[in-house]
Design a protein around this ligand. Structure first.
Ligand code: CP
Ligand code: NVA
Length: 307
C-alpha cells in the first residue's frame, strides 16, 4: 500500500483537506483517473459491505453518485434522511455513530453543522465521509480538480478564480489550492468574503471586491449558487447584492482566452451564471458532475477496500 493510501486509511475519515498534503490530493486524483478508466468493470472491494448515507439537506449529485459508486463497487447503500432517523428527534450524533458502526462499514453524511460531522467521526470506528457541510464540500472539489486535470492536462501552474459567495465550496477550494500550491483568487462582495479561519489556512489566496480583477489571468472561472441551502430566507437580499458578480460573457472575456467555466451545480441561470456561459463551449459542468462518481469510487475503495 502506498504511503498516501496508508495515510488516508490511518486517518479513517474523509472530512476535508486540512490534514492532507498536496501530494496526497494528487494521489487521490491519479487514483480517481484509474478508477474512471476502469469504468463499471473494476474490482468490487465493497462486496458484502454496507454504507449509510445520512442526508439532512437536499441532494441530486451527491446522493445519486454515492449510491451508484457503492453499488458499482459491490456494496449496499442505505439512504437515511435525517428526519426519518431518531437523530431528527434529538438522539445525539455520537450515539448514532456508536450504533451505526455495529451495522455498517462506512457513513456518508451531508448536514448543516461541520461539528456534527466531526462528532460523528469521533464517535464511530467506521470511516465517515463528508458529503457537504456549511463549512466545506471536499468530494466536490476532488471532482472539480479531476475535471481541470482532464480538460487542461494539468493542475500545476494554473489559476483558479472563484466568483460569488465565499461559502463551503470556496472554503474547500481555498484550502485545496493552498495545499497544492495552485493560485486561487476570489471575487466577492464586501461582507461575503472568506472568514478568518480560512484566511489563515490559505494565506496565499487573493481576494477582491472586483470580479474582473479576480478572474484576470484565470484558467478556470468557478461559480456557486448565491443562495446556499439554509439561506433561503435571505434570497431576495442576496440576489441584489451578488448581481455584479454574475459570470457572463463579459466576465469570461476578462479571464484567459482559453479559460474554462465550472460550477458545482445546481446552477441558477441568469443569476450566478448566464445560460450563455453555462451552456456554452467553455463550460465543462457535465463532465464535472460525472466526475463526482469517479472520485467517490476512488475514495471508497481507498478507505474501505481490503488492501
Ligand atoms: N454539487 C452537489 O453537491 O450537488 P447536490 O447538492 O445535488 O448533491
Ligand atoms: N454552496 C452550495 C453548494 C451546493 C452543492 C450549498 O451549500 O447549497
Amino acid at each position: 500500500m502506498s504511503t498516501h493510501s496508508q495515510a488516508l486509511r490511518d486517518r479513517k475519515d474523509f472530512i476535508g483537506f486540512e490534514a492532507s498534503s498536496g501530494d496526497e490530493i494528487r494521489f487521490l486524483l491519479s487514483h480517481s483517473a484509474v478508477v474512471k478508466a476502469r469504468g463499471r468493470r473494476g474490482p468490487r472491494p465493497l462486496a458484502g459491505k454496507t454504507v449509510a448515507l445520512i442526508f439532512n439537506k437536499s441532494s441530486t449529485r451527491t446522493r445519486v453518485s454515492f449510491e451508484t459508486a457503492i453499488v458499482q463497487l459491490g456494496g449496499h447503500p442505505i439512504y437515511l434522511a435525517q428526519r426519518d432517523l431518531q437523530l431528527g428527534r434529538g438522539e445525539t450524533v455520537a450515539d448514532t455513530g456508536r450504533v451505526l458502526e455495529r451495522y455498517v462499514d462506512a457513513v456518508v453524511i451531508r448536514t448543516y453543522s461541520h461539528d456534527e460531522v466531526l462528532d460523528l467521526a469521533k464517535s464511530t470506528r467506521v470511516p465517515v465521509i463528508n458529503g457537504l457541510t456549511d463549512y466545506n464540500h471536499p468530494c466536490q472539489i476532488l471532482a472539480d480538480l479531476l475535471t481541470v486535470q482532464e480538460v487542461k492536462g494539468r493542475i500545476d501552474g494554473l489559476k483558479i478564480a472563484f466568483v460569488g459567495d465565499f461559502n463551503n465550496v470556496a472554503n474547500t477550494w481555498a484550502v485545496a489550492c493552498e495545499k497544492l500550491g495552485i493560485a486561487f483568487s476570489a471575487g466577492c462582495p464586501e461582507g461575503y468574503g472568506p472568514g478568518e479561519a480560512v484566511r489563515r489556512l490559505a494565506p496565499s489566496m487573493a481576494v477582491s471586491a472586483d470580479p474582473r480583477a479576480a478572474v484576470a489571468g484565470a484558467d478556470v472561472v468557478y461559480a456557486d449558487t448565491w443562495v446556499s441551502m439554509g439561506q433561503e430566507e435571505e434570497k431576495e437580499k442576496r440576489l441584489s447584492i451578488f448581481k455584479p458578480f454574475q459570470v457572463n460573457g463579459a466576465l469570461m472575456a476578462a479571464a484567459k482566452p482559453d479559460a474554462i467555466f465550472l460550477h458545482c451545480l445546481p446552477a441558477h441561470r441568469e443569476e450566478e451564471v448566464t445560460g450563455e456561459v453555462m451552456d456554452g463551449p467553455r463550460s465543462h459542468v457535465w463532465q464535472e458532475a460525472e466526475n463526482r462518481l469517479h472520485v467517490q469510487k476512488a475514495l471508497l475503495e481507498l478507505l474501505m477496500g481490503e488492501g
